[in-house]
Design a protein around this ligand. Structure first.
Ligand code: SF4
Length: 256
C-alpha cells in the first residue's frame, strides 16, 4: 500500500516521475519478496514495490558497514507520509491488526470517541484467541489465529457451523510478524530461556503506549491523503490503488 502511495500521491506531491523511483521495503517477511512481484500489485506496468529486503538482511548490511546502530540518534521519518500511530506499530504482533481495526471500528460504528484503546482480549500468544467486543449498538465476534495449524482450526470450526465470527485475523507466522521468517535469528540457547515472540510483542505494545496518537484514524497525514487525493474510503481511486485480488499461486510457477 505504501509503495502504491509513494508512486502516485508522493510522486504527484514532489513532482518526481514514478518511473524514476525505486521503492525498497524492509520487511520481517521473506514472502514479501514474492508478493512484490505479483502483477496485481502494479500500476500501469510499474510495480508498487521494486525491491524487498528482510530485516535480517538490513541488519547484516548495517553490521557490514560498521554502523553503531544502537547509538544512532533518533530521527523523525521524512515527510510526506512520515507520521505513524500506535495502531500501525502493533501490527507486528499477533492480534495487533485486529486491535488496530477494533480501535477504528468502535469510533466508525458508534460515532463516539474510544477512550480505552487497549483490547487485551486479542493480545497474547494463545494459538486461537476469541472475543466478544461489545460496541453498545452491536456485539462483534472476533477471532485471532497465528500459525497455519491454528488458522486451520478456526476455518474448520466455521465450516462445521460450530462458530461464527464477524472478523478474523490470521498471521501465518507463530507470534505474528515479530517472529517472521525474515527477522533476525535468535540462537537456540537464548530461545531456550526467553520467549522471543512475547518480548518483541511487549516492545511493540510499549512503543504503542508512548505514541501521541494510537488510532489509525487520528493520523493527520492519512486524513490529508484521503482528503486531498484518495477521496472517499473505498472510493474509485482508493479501490484502484489500495485494493487487490488473489489468484492461485501456481499461476506464478517459475516466476522469480
Ligand atoms: S505473519 Fe509471517 S508470513 Fe505473515 S506477513 Fe508477517 S512475517 Fe510475513
Amino acid at each position: 500500500m505504501l509503495g502504491a502511495m509513494v508512486k502516485s500521491y508522493y510522486a504527484e506531491k514532489t513532482g518526481i516521475d514514478a518511473a524514476d523511483m525505486r521503492v525498497v521495503s524492509v520487511m520481517p517477511c521473506t514472502a514479501k519478496k514474492f508478493e512484490a512481484l505479483r502483477p496485481e500489485l502494479s500500476n500501469h506496468g510499474n510495480q508498487d514495490v521494486d525491491e524487498v529486503i528482510t530485516t535480517r538482511e538490513l541488519a547484516k548490511m548495517i553490521r557490514a558497514a560498521g554502523i553503531d546502530f544502537a547509538n544512532l540518534p533518533d530521527e523523525d521519518f521524512d515527510r510526506v507520509m512520515g507520521e505513524s500511530t500506535g495502531a500501525g506499530v502493533i501490527f507486528g504482533a499477533t492480534g495487533g491488526v485486529m486491535e488496530a481495526a477494533l480501535r477504528f471500528a468502535y469510533e466508525a460504528i458508534t460515532g463516539k470517541e474510544l477512550e480505552k484503546v487497549d483490547f487485551e482480549a486479542v493480545r497474547g500468544l494463545d494459538g486461537v484467541k476469541e472475543a466478544e467486543i461489545d460496541l453498545g449498538v452491536m456485539k462483534l465476534n472476533v477471532a485471532v489465529a497465528h500459525g497455519t495449524a491454528n488458522a486451520q482450526k478456526v476455518l474448520d470450526s466455521i465450516r462445521s457451523g460450530e462458530k461464527h465470527y464477524d472478523f478474523i485475523e490470521v498471521m501465518c507466522c507463530p507470534g505474528g510478524c515479530v517472529t517472521g521468517g525474515g527477522q533476525p535469528i535468535v540462537k537456540s540457547t537464548v530461545r531456550a530461556e526467553k520467549n522471543v515472540s512475547a518480548l518483541r510483542a511487549k516492545a511493540l505494545y510499549s512503543e504503542d503506549v508512548g505514541k501521541a496518537r494510537r488510532k489509525s484514524q487520528d493520523n493527520e497525514e492519512i486524513k490529508a491523503l484521503y482528503q486531498d487525493y484518495l477521496g472517499e474510503a473505498g472510493g474509485e481511486r482508493a479501490h484502484h490503488l489500495l485494493h487487490t485480488h488473489y489468484t492461485a499461486r501456481d499461476k506464478y510457477a517459475g516466476v522469480r
